[in-house]
Every structure is written in C-alpha cells, then in structure tokens.
Design a binder for this molecule. Structure first.
Ligand code: ADP
Length: 163
C-alpha cells in the first residue's frame, strides 16, 4: 500500500475533489489531502475552515487523512512520506498548468505526479465558479457535500445572532 498526496486550496472542497480523492485511494491505498495556506490568495473560507470542511466532508473514509500545509509542496511530501502527488485534470488549461508543476516538482526533489482525468459529470466543476454562484445566492448543493452546502448558506445568510 502506498500513500499519495492530493493538494489544493479546497476553497471549498467539491464533489469533484472528493471523486479524485476516492479514486486515488482505490488505486494507491492511502491519501493525504493537503489543504494549502497561501497568504497571497484571497479566499472565500479561511484556512481553518477549509481544513475543517475537508475533514468533515471526508469523515469515515479509511485511508484518507486531511492536513493543512504551508510552504513548499515537495518538502511537505518528503516529510509525510508520500510517493507521488495525484491531481485531477478537467480540461486543457489544467493540463498545461499541471504539466508545468509536475516538471518543476520532479526537478526539485524527484517527486512524481499522477494525473487522473476528472469524472465526466464533474469535468466542468471548479471551486472558482462555485464561489461565484454561492456569493450570488445560487443553489450549489449538487456540487458540494452537505456540510459545505451548510457552511456556504451560513456565510451568505448567517444564522440569526451571527449577523
Ligand atoms: P487550486 O485551484 O489551488 O489548484 P483546487 O482546490 O481548485 O486547487 O484544486 C485542487 C486539485 O483538484 C487540482 O488538481 C484540480 O485540478 C483538481 N480539481 C478541482 N476541481 C476538480 C473537479 N471538478 N474534478 C476533478 N479534479 C478537480
């Protein structure tokens, strides 16, 4: 059994991410989901919330662990003993970006990358578009887990007492 890393911003985690994580676990046995803290990005959910929503969305899955990370991905991968990074590929733009990242990471420490095609039903789903729909009050329940859907509702229309 091998351990692989599924890194990302997960702002928030979607059913597309969960699908890649589940498939990576079936192939490799163990998956470490790494939620990045990148101070230069502007997020919908803060770091602690992104980690918590990933944990709660993936709760009960054997062989899946969630961790927050900051800094160089290749160093984190070395520290945690993963054999490769697994990323999802939706369309051409993902491929161009991921290929560049894969070459960079391999040349830095030898860290390998495995690219998995997104499931057809999730191939156009992105956290960026989902955040936009959520901000405008649209229903995103088909694209996220129930805990994330609730967190988005609370953010857009906070429960009385937290307004
Ligand atoms: P970032 O935008 O910072 O790269 P994301 O959290 O959006 O990180 O995504 C992390 C990884 O998940 C990326 O490899 C991305 O290709 C993949 N991913 C995102 N959405 C989907 C999806 N709907 N289906 C498959 N893979 C996805």
């Amino acid at each position: 059994m091998s351990k692989v890393l599924c890194p990302g911003s997960f702002d928030p985690i979607t059913v597309g991410h969960v699908d890649i994580i589940d498939r990576a676990r079936l192939i490799f046995g163990e998956v470490l989901v790494a939620v990045g803290r990148n101070s230069t990005k502007s997020y919908l959910f803060d770091f602690e919330t992104r980690v918590r929503l990933a944990e709660e969305s993936l709760a009960g899955r054997d062989g899946v662990e969630v961790a927050g990370f900051e800094g160089l991905l290749v160093e984190f991968a070395k520290e945690r003993g993963v054999i490769a990074v697994v990323k999802g590929l939706r369309f051409g733009a993902d491929f161009d970006y991921e290929l560049q990242m894969a070459h960079l990471n391999r040349s830095l420490t030898g860290l390998e990358t495995v690219l998995l095609p997104a499931a057809a039903q999730h191939a156009t789903l992105s956290s960026t578009m989902l955040r936009e729909v959520a901000r405008l009050g649209g229903d995103v329940s088909a694209y996220v887990t129930p805990v994330v859907n609730q967190a988005i509702k609370d953010l857009v229309a906070p429960p009385a007492g937290r307004r």
